[in-house]
Design a protein around this ligand. Structure first.
Ligand code: G6P
Length: 452
């Protein structure tokens, strides 16, 4: 089996010689702190050896519940936000047909997502679409109390029960939540829903390899065993005893921190040349944004889909402020083959591409872009993925998770908390006069009155 691989040559050239290697002792210390559980946030290290600890029996249990949903539902709505949403969507879109919801060949249920926004039109349109559908719901929330998810779930639960009857609804509503706490747990236990537990020591953004990601991915028809096998392989490849130079997570973490602290590169743009990876970058953004953006520090995680965004963001990247670097996720071989046809008239002048694969053009666009951006002062890290399948996506997930843990510790923050996310929630609850927020409601109303 091949492996994903990392190439930092076009980033190291922006750094003093030996700058990446100089991180070796710090990376070693970070690896040991993760392994020994001596770092800050050490109650959230359950992801570290998660892939190798997942048993075939557990995956069979996930698959069995997934099969029930697959059998009984034409549509499955996955309700969740942040870490309870992005991993599943990243993998499902990464592996699925780009037009999955239009193909409708009945082989797989259509997967839709909800609970990741509070758009009234979105929820109206979703519930309208579901009116004549046999649908099920996976309600995912670690805390079990997240407003966006709870709101969507209340609507979906009622609709599912109205359409299928309470008894049948029980078979097609599944909860993935805390073992004991939170409204989602209380509801699942009271209604008798099948449920899966999100381990206490796995934070949301590190939870894609728990039932949070595994169940929706299995429902969508993808191979969770391969996903976990790939992640387990990467767990070995990024292990603490692997030599620094050979350890992709160590090198990636060290390179980005060197670019940040020594070359003034404050923004990292993850780029793909395969639109299917759009949500993978969204998952990556949460992973790195919530882990590193704190204590007034942190590389800002951004993402672009190329070549699409070369026609909108390309100008900025080529010639804007030189505070960025790029990490390109490059897929070596596409899954499908499409050749350019001959055209007698050649009005578009594209006959020089006759007989070539579309991907040949894409690869030249990719190489041309990397060279142009490097020439323009943008360091470039390359992550090569042999092909887009569950195994390599599993590798990619673990690689980025492990590098994130190391990188956060190099930055000297707690990579495993996200205290800043609470600020908007507090204001929203105060503004909505949520019971228990009386003092905050009063204070925020006074503040708004003074601002008028
Ligand atoms: O799984 P939940 O408890 O519903 O949380 C969903 C998400 O929202 C929170 O506000 C956090 O910022 C995220 O880290 C989390 O993944």
């Amino acid at each position: 089996m091949k492996s994903i691989s990392l190439n930092i040559t076009k980033a190291a050239s922006f750094l003093a010689e030996g700058a990446v290697k100089a991180y070796e002792p710090k990376v070693k210390a970070a690896q040991e702190a993760l392994e020994n559980g001596t770092c800050e946030g050490n109650d959230f290290l359950g992801w570290l050896h998660l892939p190798s600890s997942i048993t075939p029996e557990f995956l069979n249990e996930i698959q069995a519940v997934a099969n029930t949903l697959r059998k009984k539902c034409e549509v499955v709505v996955v309700a969740g936000i942040g870490g309870s949403y992005l991993g599943a969507r990243a993998v499902i879109e990464g592996l699925g047909n780009s037009f999955a919801w239009l193909v409708n060949d009945k082989k797989n249920p259509t997967i839709l997502f909800a609970g990741n926004n509070i758009g009234e039109d979105y929820l109206f349109e979703l519930t309208s679409f579901l009116k004549d559908k046999k649908f099920g719901v996976i309600n995912i929330s670690k805390s079990g109390t997240t407003t966006e998810t709870a709101l969507a779930f209340r609507l979906l639960k009622k609709q599912c029960e109205d359409q299928r009857g309470k008894e049948e609804a029980k078979d097609v509503i599944v909860a993935v939540t805390d073992a004991k706490k939170g409204a989602a747990r209380t509801c699942a236990d009271k209604e008798g829903y099948k449920s899966f537990i999100i381990p206490d020591n796995v934070g949301g953004r590190f939870s894609v390899l728990t039932p949070v990601g595994l169940l929706p991915i299995a429902v969508a028809g993808f191979d969770v065993k391969q996903l976990v096998a790939g992640a387990a392989e990467m767990e070995k490849a990024c292990g603490k005893d692997v030599a620094f130079e050979e350890n992709p997570a160590a090198i990636y973490a060290a390179t980005r921190q060197a670019l940040y602290t020594q070359a003034g590169k404050k923004i990292e743009i993850v780029c793909n040349f395969q639109p299917k990876l759009h949500y993978f970058a969204e998952w990556w953004k949460q992973l790195y944004g919530e882990s590193e953006g704190k204590d007034q520090k942190g590389i800002f995680p951004a993402a672009c889909d190329f070549t699409t965004d070369l026609h909108s963001m390309g100008q900025w990247i080529q010639e804007g402020e030189r505070s960025i670097f790029e990490t390109v996720i490059s897929v070596e071989t596409p899954n499908e083959k499409l050749l350019f046809p001959h055209d007698d008239e050649n009005l578009d002048g594209l006959n020089f591409l006759e007989g070539k694969r579309v991907d040949e053009v894409n690869k030249m666009a990719e190489l041309g872009t990397r060279l142009a951006h490097v020439d323009g002062g943008v360091p470039n890290i390359l992550v090569n993925v042999p092909e887009l399948n569950a195994y390599y996506l599993g590798q990619l997930i673990y690689f980025f998770e492990k590098a994130c843990g190391i990188s956060g510790l190099l930055e000297e923050v707690n990579p495993f908390n996200q205290p800043g996310v609470e600020a908007y929630k507090k204001n929203m609850f105060a503004l909505l006069n949520k019971p228990g927020y009386e003092a905050e409601s009063k204070a925020i109303q006074e503040r708004l009155a003074n601002e008028k």
